[in-house]
Write a protein that binds this ligand. Sequence first.
Ligand code: SF4
Length: 345
Amino acid sequence: MLKNKDLAEMVPALLAWFDANARILPWRENSDPYRVWVSEIMLQQTRVETVKPYFDRFMRALPEVQSLAAAPLDQVLKLWEGLGYYSRARNLHRAAQVIVEQHGGVFPQTPEEIQALPGVGDYTAGAIGSICFGLKTPAVDGNVLRVMARLTGFTEPVQTQAAKKHFTCLLAEIYPENRADAVTQSLMELGAMVCVPNGAPRCGECPVRHLCEAYHIEKTTEIPVKLPKKPRRKEQKTVFLLYCRGKLALCRRAESGLLGGLWELPNTAEFLSPAQARDWLIVQGLRCISIKAGRTGKHIFTHIEWEMQSFVCECAEESSAFFWADEQDLQQNLTLPTAFQILLQ
Ligand code: SF4
């Protein structure tokens, strides 16, 4: 197992490598906490290439924390449309309001205050603290856990709170007085570009190979050790595309839970036969001019998988049970999660 003294040796090698190889990313233009915060929230569970256009669009529309705080939630969700995990956008919006109302619009600078913001956990607080304010607060996510587990030859599962705490403490001890920002970013960069999550790590390009325990004991494919994944729960749904004179029926999901508070296409939590689908429409008070089978689709969330069938119906009149969205609503105002968009004709 790598000793702390040796671990400290990795810092200069890592920083020299980072200085020469860091990718140019839009959120690295400066260390403005608003930009770093938004990017870190977007990057959770999402690839860098996917985030880039979303980040640019978000910054153009809401360039500072005051504009985010003042924006209607629907605008924030629309800017997030397609990124998934929408609770991130809701928390971002709430946290911006907290920053404006409780901190006079100035981003808080202590770890405790940063972490008290809605949606900000240990990792994001560590990233903002070190990148923006030079604090010795490591940001330990899955990438950093993998890198650190390999470097130190850690043979326990890495997805536990104990492992996270262990590596957070180890790193806090070796953060230098200056350049905390670069240490955080270089670990992230190493995890993204060299000590990669999928496939074999690129040890030949690694600046800290000489210190790496997993490399020396030839266990880079066995480490990190992971807990077995829980199987996803499968749910079947029948989704209705209800049209009336060019408008599409939508309803709101419950505030809490999966896709909480977002718009959705009306649906049932089971597969319906065509006869059952007609009965469902009658119960909703809808008179249908035509009904036909629509697209099928599958959408995978972290812990749940939706298997969907759909019916496309032309309705004789609108029913007050739904919101009837026109083209402009769908394009500009309302957020319809990708899970439902894949069924649209
Ligand atoms: Fe990862 Fe290989 Fe570098 Fe070790 S030597 S940190 S396994 S890339």
